[in-house]
Design a protein around this ligand. Sequence first.
Ligand SMILES: Cc1cc2nc3c(=O)[nH]c(=O)nc-3n(C[C@H](O)[C@H](O)[C@H](O)COP(=O)(O)O)c2cc1C
Length: 184
Amino acid sequence: MAKIVVVFHSGYGHTQRLAQAVADGAGAQLVAIDADGNVPEGAWETLAGADAIILGSPTYMAGPSWQFKKFADASSKAWFTQAWKDKLFAGFTNSASTNGDKQVTLDYLFHLAMQHSGVWVGTGMMPANSKAAQRNDVNWIGSFSGAMAQSPSDASAAEMFAGDLETGRQFGQRVAAVAQRIAG
Ligand SMILES: Cc1cc2nc3c(=O)[nH]c(=O)nc-3n(C[C@H](O)[C@H](O)[C@H](O)COP(=O)(O)O)c2cc1C
């Protein structure tokens, strides 16, 4: 079975819930970036051994959180030797507004993966954008490049949209299916 790692930061628990949903779908190990932008001991070895790395960050001020960026900068050690070359990569983000410039965060995650010479996996999900669409439909936000969730600014993590979490779970399943296909 392919080894998949979800590495994420979450300031207030919302992105953490989404990360858990993605990991549940992918059968992945979770690595949390802490409030100081550090990962636990052994995390770099875990990432080195992964077939697929799924990157997650909340969108803060039109981009990833500084803690995620600190992790990304620290990954330059792996970059120097192209140690993550040809791994699968995918990404997700969560923010308060439906748009909120989430795409900028996903674009950053994509470019980070490209610097590591990875192979990007998108959602592969059609958007729920018809007149009949409901807020809790899968991929209601309509993202192709990575999973997006919206958590209203006054909503706790427990109040996140079930459809966004299901989107994350199915997104994780897709990454696992692609990883399996490549593993043959
Ligand atoms: C410093 C900061 C900047 C934010 N910037 C944005 C933003 O650019 N767009 C947006 O839609 N929401 C923005 N938000 C709202 C968060 O994305 C939202 O509260 C999200 O659920 C937080 O995720 P977390 O609980 O995983 O930290 C911002 C929140 C903070 C604290």
